[in-house]
Design a protein around this ligand. Structure first.
Ligand SMILES: *[C@@H]1O[C@H](CO)[C@@H](O)[C@H](O)[C@H]1NC(C)=O
Ligand SMILES: *[C@@H]1O[C@H](CO)[C@@H](O)[C@H](O)[C@H]1NC(C)=O
Ligand SMILES: *[C@@H]1O[C@H](CO)[C@@H](O)[C@H](O)[C@H]1NC(C)=O
Ligand SMILES: *[C@@H]1O[C@H](CO)[C@@H](O)[C@H](O)[C@H]1NC(C)=O
Length: 376
């Protein structure tokens, strides 16, 4: 290589290196947690809420109860992440209000270093597909007309929010060494991986079935399939709503992967983690957790009208309690408190306390503690 070429090559590599450092630091700016020295103590607080089904009043009560918002419905800053696992739409009239409120909260949260993670449930997808069996006529009036509703859910404000700010699933780290929110999990050999590699949680509406084939890389594979399908459907003339029109379903050019996404075993509809027997569920869960680098799967979709359901020692948590008055279930939120504190020069203590919060009580579902050795 000629000297000036070599100089150029070195310069190029340096610039690329600096750019990567810049990207990392600018990304971590968005997330104050990444900036904290992991030497010290460190806290992450997450609140997750299940199916809301167009009931703004109950949704507000729940978020207030869990400390996510104040009495005006504004972000308090007392939690780092608020997660909603989908099915905001259908069975009620407050569709528009709820989606707009979610965007207000997202923006308020990001201003103070927090974030809101929103998911598309089977009901959001049903509405895109033209399956309007659970749409109330009174709700259509809040949009003005069927055509106005179709527009708002495709190229309008709500449709755009779905495209930009909603995903099918999320992987949320409890500790920065588990990755940035929604960065793909990379499985490393044990001697190279961080003791915090699985200190993360997975959220989805229905469930990540053990037989679902598009699980990894997690979570980008599932979310890419969803985003592409959603974009294609939103950019085409919508299916005429069923009823009264016949049900059409997914587009004819839907790929195998897109059909699997919307299948009864896919992440939007799967109920196995909620309904299968204990032996089967607890025998199958570890493999899924290991493959996607999380310690728990948290989901909505299958309601229990009395309580949040924790299975296999909290590896599976089902948070749909029929919050909407359409069901009349119990108001609930899942609260996750994670702390890591130095315990001497060679170790940390990691604590995770998960509780189900109800209007009249709070129940501890998980209270885990472990010692983690520092890598020197
Ligand atoms: C973390 O602890 C190590 C060992 O005590 C020390 O050398 C290092 O400076 C600390 N880092 C920060 C960011 O405090
Ligand atoms: C909080 O809520 C009130 C009432 O809805 C609103 O007027 C105010 O602008 C909100 N504050 C922020 C910071 O958004
Ligand atoms: C998505 O969220 C960001 C951050 O709050 C916001 O700036 C953007 O307007 C949102 N997109 C839509 C379509 O609401
Ligand atoms: C979680 O942390 C919050 C804020 O510090 C606290 O109010 C709440 O009681 C904690 N929950 C549990 C179960 O420890």
């Amino acid at each position: 290589m000629q000297p000036n070429l070599r100089f150029l090559a070195v310069l190029l590599v340096t610039i690329c290196g600096l750019y990567v450092v810049f990207l990392r630091s600018s990304r971590s700016d968005k997330n104050r947690k990444v900036e904290q020295p992991i030497n010290g103590s460190f806290t992450t607080r997450i609140v997750a809420v299940g199916d809301l089904h167009s009931d703004f009043e109950n949704a507000q009560t729940v978020l207030k109860m869990a400390g996510v918002v104040d009495e005006h419905g504004n972000w308090t800053g007392n939690v780092d992440y608020f997660v909603q696992t989908g099915d905001i739409i259908d069975r009620g009239d407050d569709t528009i209000k709820l989606y707009l409120w979610m965007e207000t909260l997202r923006s308020q949260a990001r201003h103070v270093g927090g974030d809101v993670f929103s998911h598309l449930g089977n009901h959001e997808w049903m509405n895109v597909i033209g399956d309007w069996r659970y749409v109330y006529p009174s709700e259509i009036k809040t949009f003005g007309s069927v055509a106005a509703r179709q527009k708002m859910l495709s190229t309008g404000r709500i449709g755009k929010a779905w495209q930009q700010n909603y995903s099918v699933t999320s992987r949320l780290p409890l500790h920065p060494e588990a990755g940035l929110p929604n960065a793909d999990f990379i499985s490393l050999p044990e001697d190279q991986s961080s003791p915090f590699s699985h200190s993360a949680l997975s959220f989805v509406h229905g469930g990540l079935s053990p037989t679902y084939q598009q699980l990894t890389p997690y979570p980008s594979r599932i979310n890419d399939i969803g985003r592409k399908l959603l974009g294609r459907m939103q950019s085409r003339p919508p299916n005429p709503p069923h009823p009264p029109n016949p049900y059409i379903g997914l587009p004819e050019d839907a790929t195998f992967e897109e059909k699997s996404l919307y299948d009864s075993d896919g992440p939007l509809w799967y109920r196995g983690w909620a309904t299968d027997n204990e032996e089967r569920v607890c025998g199958a869960i570890d493999d899924v957790l290991n493959r996607i680098g999380v310690r728990r799967l948290i989901m909505g979709h299958t309601p229990d009208f009395e309580q949040i359901v924790s299975r296999c020692g909290g590896k599976i948590i089902i948070i749909d309690t029929g919050i909407s008055h359409a069901y009349g279930g119990v108001l609930s939120a899942l609260s996750i408190n994670y702390t890591i504190t130095p315990s001497g020069t060679t170790s940390w203590t990691e604590r995770e306390v998960i509780s189900a919060v109800y209007p009249d009580r709070e129940e501890i579902l998980v209270s885990d503690e472990r010692a983690v050795l520092r890598k020197l």
